[in-house]
Design a protein. Sequence first.
Length: 416
Amino acid sequence: MLTDKAIRDAKPRASVYRLRDANIVARGFGITVAPSGAKTFFLSFTSPEDCKRKQVALGRFPKVTLKEARIKAAEMRAAVDSGKDPAAEKQQKINEAVARRALGTLGDLMALYAADLEEDGKRAAKEVYRITTKDIPSILLARPARLITKDDILDILTPIAQRGAKVHADNVRAYIRAAFELGLNAEGMTRWRGKAPKFDLMLNPVATVRKSVSRKPRGQRSLSSREVAELWNTNLLTPPMHLALKMILATGQRVEEVLQTTWSEFDRSQMLWTIPGERRKTRGKTSEPHLVPLTRFHIDLIDEIQRTTAHPIFLFPARGGIAARRYDALTSTVRRFVKSSGMVSFAPRDLRRTFKTLAGGAGIPLEIRNRLQGHAMTDVGSLYYDRHDYLSEKRAAMGTWVEALSLAVGRQNNVR
């Protein structure tokens, strides 16, 4: 019979050898002694499933004591006698563990979601990449998505909300929730079947996480004519960023569409700015370019931009000149201006709302204002039947707008 002393005294040999126990309660129980000196308890048995001789390790001595190993061996022998194969069960558990380790991580899931957005031409893909690296801890990104819990999601969102960025916390929540929905359904999509990592998700852990803000606040800020004049004539802004804000006000276009504009989009002879379909926010709904009519007022402004930034490609180049300015650069500029001037806080995108509001006050009908600003016209008539480009109507409306803007900012000559 094996004893603790006999095990301790067993010396390693040139090859592995076994010491067997005479205890009939656990037939086949013993310990192997390796050339390295490692001593491992085992149980050998004939499998009731395939009648093959097999052996299962029960733990290494002295971490596992002889008494503990005998108890394990007795339990395993009882399982064999009842028709089970402990070796097969152990291998199955190993295989399942390997499969779990091979499952896609949360990082893989977020990357898949960003790629899905890119496939659809969505700008949100860049934001998903950004929040993945900035807002989600790396330890969670490395964890299999299947093991992510509600508490893990709260661990991501709580620090964001507690620093006061509740709306951003809800945006991050929305992106992660959408990523899990994609992971749940990816194998049922022709786009990703056989290409997406296997996640083996059973549920969406974000589904029961409540929002930080019960209702996302809608933008309401619109500058008055007096504030427009103050902004237009200020000396508190750097010339390139000041001109970018003027261009948004003068044309009513989206901030990103203005900042990413290239000189090739302008046709001075036709007095026309053509925003390519792929640069439009609405490119998922329409691939048509957006035509923005220009006046002498706009040409003067564009000439001033060209003299100021002097870049061969972009109106508003980023530092280094290899790309256009980003939205957040203008946001920071406006934030500093608001602090220095004492004006009521506003964001760059509020200038587009200002255009819509003040142009309405100038008598321009809502439909034409919408067309001037490139809103997607999604009614059946506009989508499938109306092929008119409304360029003449937009030209007239833009002329009316620059007259109102010129009056507000103190420029009244040569605006058409």
